[in-house]
Design a protein around this ligand. Sequence first.
Ligand SMILES: [Ca+2]
Ligand SMILES: [Ca+2]
Length: 502
Amino acid sequence: MNILSTMRKVLLAASLCLFMAGASLFAQNVISVTDGQPYTEGFEGNGFELWTVDSTGGGLWSVLMGTQSSVASFSYTNNGDEGRLISPVLDISSVTEATLTYSYAMMGIYTNDVLEISYRSSETDTWHVLGSHSLSDFNNFYEQTYTLPDLSSTYQISFKGQGGGGIYLFVDNITVASTSNCARPINVAANDITPTSALLSWSTTGNEANWTIELNGVETVVNTQPYLMEGLTPQTDHTLRVKANCSGDNESDWSTPIIFTTMCDVFVVNDEVPYFDDFESSGNFVCWQTEIISGTDNWTVDPGYLILNNTAFFIWLGGEARLISVPLDLTAVTNPTLTFKHKQLEGASGPDEMSVWYRTTPEGEWQWIHSFVLPTEDWETASFTLPNPSSSYQISFYAIAHNSEGVYVDDVMVGNASGDGIEEHTGITATAYPNPSTGKITVKANMANGEALVYDIYGKQIAAASIVDGHAEFDLSDYSSGIYVVRLSGDGGNTTVKIVKE
Ligand SMILES: [Ca+2]
Ligand SMILES: [Ca+2]
């Protein structure tokens, strides 16, 4: 699915060798494309060979070599620079109908790079645009097919890059083939991934009798697509490629491989065996998923150099992300309870924010449990009874960056409240009314006397009142609409209650 992350590792790991392309001074070879013989180019040879580059627009194409694969790569100096990568001359005159297929990737944030694909039927013809791509999704290789018009004996295709602030623009795996050929499957994908199965799909042309799937080196012939592949090993990387088998002995090339990872198996919790993760077993999350909601910040495992203790950590520069647990089977737990430690230090702009959620199935809607918007001076332990236990329950920690000190979570445990290792969550509870309110709010708590402090969502204290006989009152008329948090502390403990100013 995300071959680019693998690709990126490959490219970064390699000592990158750039082969500059130069126009040949010699008469160009003509390559025949016939019904039985497609033209393919994967840039795995020594430089561009028969391809040429027109860099009069300031942009340049070169071959970028990785340890396992090479791609054609567009680079430029200034936004607006253009460069055209031009194929060898192809003789497609004996073919009735032909297609061009290729894969491409574009990466960058807030960019306007453009990749334009064209053909010409002779060297004196103008370039005719078949289509173009601009940045839409920068995390994958995509594949595209066009039917080629005006087939001739002096045919060329070209890829024109135009710089707009992107990080890279790659083209690879180019095929020009008769439609009567056995075309390699494109847009291979794995969806509906579970611990033991995945729905595999790819584009077809109608010439195929069946397909051969190769998954981690093991081949399986299948007659349909999409194909539900079962019996997979949970929590494992799978490398997938597909080839088409057509009539006679015709078979296509292998598709561009993709890698997908099966989900972790459901963890069965019972009263004696809680689920527990202290994030110490690996430098990465094991069986947790992360999901960026906005921006680029995400949860990582913080190695805790100073305290010799790994934690889940959300960086703070700007954005929102969710850290999602493995599915948990809680049906055998008497009193399912979530306990964890967390830390959100006061920063220049208040603490970053973290909230706790659950869902009863991996496809279900997230349900809110609690928000932590106040600063903590050090690690604090929190504990919540988990509502609506199910056989594939998930919890998540949702962090929102306020450009502060980040959010730390550690020692996450889900188990029976009165069972092994978890203390019963007791203490102070509070309610507020009316809530929402346009001004006056009364907070009622099961403590006789204490102090109630009101904080805005950035952790800034805006009001204070004494708790007398379990009651405290505030007037928020002068404050802007939004969410505020009241922290109550006094006899018997402390708690928070969220209030909404209208
Ligand atoms: Ca290649
Ligand atoms: Ca830890």
